[in-house]
Design a protein. Structure first.
Length: 220
């Protein structure tokens, strides 16, 4: 439903940003505290990985995981989910996604990844996808101002997460993990509906969910 709710903006969104954010829960995990020689507790949370369109902040793909899951793990799945229903031009990520395979994947999907390089980065790294990494690094060195301008579109995913949490809260009330995930997904769906209402008035977007559902390409 979340992906279908994003389809009315298919003609508007060409550039996307990916990131993850945590939602607090009421559950705690215990561990042995060496400093105080005793049992300690830390609050568990669920992690929401998402891609949004940078013009409207509509969420185009999303998945929920345990809080400790690395962002890199979800990159390929979410990028492909977005590419199933949207044309990708720019795909903006933070340094946590810096890898040759990610540049290669977005290129294979018809777009260009914009990921900032670390200070000690050289064009010699990148693994088996070194050629894509090297090409991106060369472009970054030669056109750094333009590269970073495109990369800074990434701030829109932070704005999307902020919109969701300010309106619907940054914690979940449910006890079971599957219920917590559904609660977070409900927040994301509600956010998309709010975005659609806004775009209905600002850009006169036509909302025909029956048409969108018929042309929706689902994850295999």
């Amino acid at each position: 439903m979340i992906e279908i709710s994003s389809l009315p903006l298919k003609q508007i969104e060409l550039d996307f940003a990916i990131d993850a954010t945590g939602f607090g829960t009421s559950r705690y995990k215990t561990f042995f505290n060496m400093k105080h020689i005793g049992e300690g507790r830390w609050k568990q949370y669920r992690k929401c990985h998402a891609v949004c369109g940078v013009k409207t902040n509509i969420i185009t793909s999303v998945d929920i995981t345990q809080g400790y899951v690395n962002d890199q793990v979800m990159f390929s799945l979410l990028a492909k989910d977005t590419a199933r229903n949207f044309e990708i031009r720019d795909f903006c990520d933070d340094k946590g996604y810096l890898a040759g395979k990610n540049f290669a994947l977005i290129k294979s999907l018809g777009g260009q990844a914009y990921i900032p390089f670390k200070e000690n980065t050289s064009g010699r790294r990148g693994g088996k996808d070194r050629s894509y990494f090297k090409a991106a690094f060369k472009y970054f060195k030669m056109h750094q101002e333009e590269y970073m301008k495109r990369y800074h579109q990434r701030s829109n995913i932070e704005s999307a997460f902020s919109m969701i949490k300010r309106k619907f809260g940054n914690n979940v009330k449910c006890k079971k993990e599957i219920s917590q995930d559904n609660e977070i997904l409900a927040k994301v769906l509600a956010h998309n509906i709010c975005v659609l209402i806004q775009e209905l008035f600002l850009n006169r977007v036509e909302l025909d969910f029956n048409f969108c559902a018929k042309h929706y390409v689902a994850r295999k």
